[in-house]
Design a protein around this ligand. Structure first.
Ligand code: HDE
Length: 689
């Protein structure tokens, strides 16, 4: 970009302009570069000279551009934003971020898939990471959660095994970003504590429509501690403003081909367009008495507390309103850590959480190469900070004076003494009376209170709509159909019989297998009261906000109908993309030319939430011979989306097998129809398990 005025670079030094008014191109030593096109040779066709420090420096730096990717959650997308508190929580916590209603705290949020590498796709069936770094006035607080409120395992000891089993298989190097393979299901089948999370991962929660339509959860029970030292247990929730939305499995699979970056693009573009993704922060707050009254252990991360039992109190909102300037510097280098807490927020004895408190710092030293990664701008607190940690690779701070130890009496020699501890305001770990279990012998065992592995899985299954239950059963059929070890399939089914006989027999039927004997359960399975909050379909919003309509047109399409439709979509808060056989513009019925956002073959309908088809009779006749056009409407129908049509386009719909009815409407009724999916249609388009 042309830049006539000297501009500050990131390093802080002033860039001068060259003779043409552009920022000067220099080496890392600040030496101006005269030619960035050719290496230095001995003669025009001669060998390149070793003395070419400009070439050597450029290639050297390029050679080292990559850093190790995260061992899990490698593929992620992030944005800046703020948290705004609705009401003071000073009676519950002394955390500065929760003191003053209306106050905003800057933050950086990264969403991720878990299993795939950094270059994998956005829409596999997987858990999504949901990590928030709050830059509070009293230091950084990281709430490092997922879009599922429970976890696969109860003890950090099993995490490396879990991750090894789900990642690509060790000898063959595949499958990438997929849980549908032998080793994962082998591990699952041998670890019944995974049952609850498996239900979530196999439900539509595992294939979200976008980051901005997923919930987030802190999972573990944490503590809030007030100024008087009183502790309250808390489970954190993020509730998306747009409600919950997911894709259907066939759509998620096809999205992997249509757009690798479907979720990343959605996040980036919605922020660029000013429709800022937003979530409300909720807290389930409860005390020890409540915890003791529950039929499960609140320290067990494979359990959740139904919202009907402990309500979610909404305390503030998160708005993501700024894209990163640089993907690597920010999204890649950000280092979240559940151990980053501030005064007023503390841990519990959840054994999974305790293991995490070690892991993140450790892995980040390996990933970012130095113990000084906290000095990177994205990781540094925005409040003052200082201590006597010194040196190390890539130290960027230039410390003054001799005080690099404490205590010191350098003040008596009129020298700086450096920082001192804060006995009153500093972080103090919660020191409540440990209960009996914490004082016992040293044991490598699971507490008896963690033994119920099936009741919560059953609760989840029973809280779903009939359509969602069918999705879970079908997803498990799909996954197990990729498992080649028959004994693993049988063991999974034997476990599922404890979750739900209905589910187990649907899966067995879908696989064409006989039901194996029920696996013994270490604990009697309880029937809990179903919770509507666990279903996506019961928590969807009928809205066009955050949704995008694909409009298929071709030469001659009705200009009035198109203008009217665009206006109505905008008025309803939605957006649209115009799709046509030719990308360079379409001449409409009134001879005006309209810009096209996507070419038909490269812009399939799975990219949209609803579709409209505005074609002349002639264009329709032509497109009857175009598979991409037929597939476009066929998929929209199969993916349960609203379809709006101009009468002339009907033959295309008919050829695609689209049946008029709910959600398939003329353009007049289309916009109100486009605000939801038509799950009732599903039995007519696919045989679910
Ligand atoms: Fe993580 N996890 N995790 N995890 N996790 C990492 O840290 C780990 C767990 C989560 O966007 C790693 O910087 C252990 C639960 C997110 O940068 C690593 C255990 C939850 C992210 C690590 C867990 C999470 C990570 C890899 C079991 C939900 C991405 C790279 C004891 C509450 C953060 C890194 C980002 C990343 C360890 C279990 C969420 C290896 C040992 C439960 C969102 O340190």
């Amino acid at each position: 970009m042309k830049n006539k005025t000297p501009k500050k670079s990131q390093g802080g030094e002033t860039h001068q302009t060259n003779e043409n008014g552009y920022e000067m191109l220099t080496t890392n030593q600040g030496v101006q570069i005269s030619d960035n096109q050719n290496s230095l040779k001995s003669g025009a066709r001669g060998p390149v000279l070793l003395e070419d420090f400009v070439l050597r420096e450029k290639i050297f730096h390029f050679d080292h551009e990559r850093i190790p990717e995260r061992i899990v959650h490698a593929r992620g997308s992030a944005a800046h934003g703020y948290f705004e508190l609705y009401e003071s929580l000073s009676d519950i916590t002394s955390a500065d971020i929760f003191q003053r209603a209306g106050e905003k705290t800057p933050l950086f949020t990264r969403f991720s898939t878990v299993a795939g590498g950094a270059g994998s796709v956005d829409t596999p069936r997987d858990v999504r990471g949901f990590a928030v770094k709050f830059y509070t006035k009293e230091g950084n607080w990281d709430l490092v959660g997922n879009n599922i409120p429970v976890f696969f395992i109860q003890d950090a000891m099993k995490f490396p095994d879990l991750v090894h089993s789900v990642k690509m298989e060790a000898d063959r190097g595949y499958p990438q970003a997929a849980s549908a393979h032998d080793t994962f299901w082998d591990f699952v089948s041998l670890m019944p504590e995974t049952s609850h999370m498996i239900m979530w991962a196999m439900s539509d929660r595992g294939i979200p429509r976008s980051f901005r339509t997923m919930e987030g959860f802190g999972i573990h029970t944490f503590r809030l501690v007030n100024a008087k030292g009183k502790s309250t247990f808390v489970k954190f929730h993020w509730k998306p403003k747009l409600g919950l939305q997911s894709t259907v499995w066939d759509e998620a699979l096809k999205l992997q081909a249509a757009d690798n970056d479907y979720h990343r693009r959605d996040l980036y573009e919605s922020i660029e367009q000013g429709s800022y993704p937003e979530w409300e922060l909720g807290m389930q707050l409860f005390d020890q008495r409540k915890a003791d009254s529950l039929p499960f252990d609140v320290l067990d991360p494979t359990k959740l507390i139904p919202e009907e039992v402990v309500p979610v109190r909404i305390v503030g909102r998160m708005v993501l309103d700024r894209n990163p300037d640089n993907f690597f510097s920010e999204t890649e280098q950000v280092a979240y850590c559940p151990a980053n807490v501030v005064p007023g927020i503390d841990f519990t004895n959840d054994p999974l959480l305790q293991g995490r408190l070690f892991s993140y710092l450790d892995t980040q030293k390996s990933r970012l190469g130095t113990a000084n990664f906290n000095q990177l701008p994205i990781n540094a607190p925005k409040c003052p900070f200082g201590n006597f940690q010194r040196d190390g690779m890539m130290q960027t701070q230039v410390f003054k004076g001799r005080a690099n130890y404490e205590p010191n009496s350098l003040n008596m020699a009129n020298e700086e003494t450096g920082p001192r501890e804060c006995p009153v305001t500093g972080f103090r770990s919660f020191s409540g009376r440990p209960d009996q279990d914490e004082q016992g012998d040293r044991l490598r065992i699971r507490p008896e209170s963690f033994a119920d592995h099936y009741s919560h899985a059953r609760l989840f299954y029973q809280s779903q709509t009939a359509n969602e239950q069918a999705h879970i059963a079908s997803a498990i059929v799909f996954e197990l159909s990729k498992v080649t070890l028959a004994h693993v399939r049988a063991r999974v089914l034997a476990n599922f019989r404890n979750v739900s006989e209905d589910l187990a027999s649907r899966v067995a039927n879908g696989l064409g297998m006989a039901l194996p004997n029920k696996a013994p359960s270490a604990h009697p399975v309880q029937d809990m009261k179903p919770s509507d909050a666990l279903s996506i379909q019961k928590n969807m919003k009928e809205t066009l906000e955050g949704r995008c309509v694909g409009i298929l047109i071709a030469d001659g399409s009705d200009a009035n109908a198109l203008t009217k439709l665009k206006k109505e979509i905008k008025k309803a808060g939605g957006s649209f993309n115009v799709v046509a056989p030719k990308v360079n513009g379409v001449v409409l019925s009134d001879k005006t030319s309209v810009a096209v956002d996507g070419q038909l073959a490269g812009t399939p309908s799975q990219l949209f939430d609803a579709v409209a088809v505005i074609l002349t009779q002639a264009a329709t006749t032509q497109l009857l011979k175009e598979a991409a056009a037929i597939q476009w409407v066929m998929d929209a129908f199969g993916h349960l989306k609203a379809i709006g049509y101009a009468e002339e386009a009907l033959p295309l719909l008919e050829k695609a097998g689209v049946v008029k009815g709910e959600g398939v409407t003329t353009l007049r009724d289309f916009v109100s129809a486009s605000m939801k999916r038509y799950f009732n249609r599903e039995p007519s388009v696919r045989i679910l398990a």
